[in-house]
Ligand binder design. Structure first.
Ligand SMILES: *Cc1c(COP(=O)(O)O)cnc(C)c1O
Ligand code: SF4
Length: 403
């Protein structure tokens, strides 16, 4: 169902979601199956300007203004695959909201920051963010297959930083090598899986060779936005660097398509565990029913829900932020009501650089000298008697640590 230019879409109450396979036929009839399965084809054919987008999709006035006003602020980029998930008949389609800017994105509200997580003061070298004692973020590239409208690291992904050069990555590796406290390296960006298999190996091989690096994580949206990137060859490559975890970013069950499922299962089948981080966004997924369905769909493809992120206080994202209490409420509607593995940690990355903290409903209702009163997930009171002895030191640990 189309609508005239300039008219805001008023979706019919009875409308069904659009069908991605049908949309592919409508939007990219020329693409052969072989091309469609090739992530590089999608990269070459990504929609990167407003005119081309307008030719593919009836846009609302809000989106037209948004495209116009954000053009100089943040990149536009939508892979053909991800575009087929956009519902042309509904302006609040969750994929649409993540891919197409609206006017509000061009607006900076009081308190919003270009560097909301205060990362820049924690960059000992260009490619490293070192904020926590034992782990670092390694920024491998400034590019992505889709530029998420909710990206809070857009000061990097907008491209102003220039491509992180090989020498910047070299200096990043040198920093990790010289910093024995770093036992966990989270490779991020941008999207590290936009690097070719060869470049990835050139990064992973020296990283794995650092004795104190115990584990590696790769933060990527490819399983969501361009699942064709997750080839057999890539899964095999990543497995060789175990323990290596892929952390992906599904925000709505609509994104869990057959292709996305195959990509995640391919990784897991090859021995690469996959975790998911969701960003909680107002009117997009700010509902316990949606988060429950999303997390169930993740578990069905063996992806563990890890974090539910409170939206960072980043420039141009206010319209997507939920009140803190909303996330707490959602966790309260999951904990106890469904599989514990489907309940993520609700993380708030503190504005200004304090790092992440997690929130959850308060189940403690009263603390007495010898007992604590809690409520269960249904709100019913239960008493936990505190033990008499309270010394929690572990004497054998002295022995154990000598091994
Ligand atoms: C989120 C984050 C990490 C990883 O945090 P975990 O809680 O271990 O997942 C590491 N460094 C930075 C700068 C981060 O923002
Ligand atoms: S994939 Fe990640 S880094 Fe890239 S635009 Fe989306 S949120 Fe930002």
């Amino acid at each position: 169902m189309g609508y005239a230019a300039g008219v805001t879409a008023t979706p019919s109450v009875m409308a069904l979601p659009s069908d991605p396979a049908q949309r592919r036929v409508e939007l990219f009839p020329e693409a052969t199956d072989e091309q469609w399965a090739d992530w590089k084809w999608h990269q070459r054919h990504a929609v990167r300007d407003a005119r081309r987008l307008a030719g593919l999709l009836p846009l609302t006035q809000d989106e037209r203004d948004g495209l116009d006003e954000t053009a100089a602020i943040f990149r536009l980029g939508i892979s053909p695959y991800y575009l087929t998930l956009v519902d042309p008949g509904h302006p609040l389609c969750p994929v649409r909201m993540q891919a197409i800017p609206v006017k509000a994105e061009a607006r900076v509200r009081p308190g919003e920051l270009a560097d909301p997580l205060g990362e820049d003061p924690h960059r000992p070298v260009e490619a490293i963010v070192h904020k926590y004692p034992d782990r670092v973020l390694l920024l491998a590239t400034d590019s992505c297959s889709v530029y998420c409208r909710h990206c809070t690291r857009r000061r990097i992904t907008k491209g102003g930083e220039a491509e992180l050069s090989r020498s910047a990555l070299e200096r990043g590796l040198d920093y990790i090598r010289a910093t024995p406290a770093v036992r966990d390296v989270l490779i991020s960006g941008g999207d590290p899986l936009l690097l070719s298999d060869e470049r990835l190996e050139q990064l992973l091989t020296p990283l794995r060779a650092i004795p104190h690096v115990e584990m590696i994580r790769i933060g990527t949206r490819m399983p969501v936005t361009l699942p064709m990137r997750v080839t057999e060859a890539l899964a095999t490559l990543l497995r060789r660097y175990a323990p290596l975890f892929v952390v992906t970013h599904f925000n709505h069950p609509k994104e869990i398509t057959k292709e996305a499922r195959e990509a995640c299962e391919r990784l897991v089948d090859h021995g690469v565990p996959v975790e998911n981080q969701t960003v909680l966004m107002r009117r997009l997924n700010s509902d316990a029913r949606i988060i429950t369905e999303l997390n169930h769909a993740c578990l069905k493809m063996r992806v563990r829900p890890y974090y539910l992120h409170q939206m960072d206080v980043a420039e141009g994202c206010e319209h997507l932020r939920t009140p803190l209490q909303k996330g707490v409420e959602i966790i309260g509607e999951l904990r106890g009501w469904t599989t514990g593995m489907a309940v993520p940690h609700l993380a708030v990355d503190l504005p200004g650089g304090g790092g992440k903290v997690t929130l959850q409903p308060d189940y403690v209702t009263e603390r007495r000298p010898n007992e604590t009163v809690l409520r269960n997930y249904r709100g019913e009171p239960y008493v936990y008697p505190e033990p008499e002895a309270q010394d929690c030191t572990c004497p054998y640990d002295e022995v154990w640590q000598r091994r």
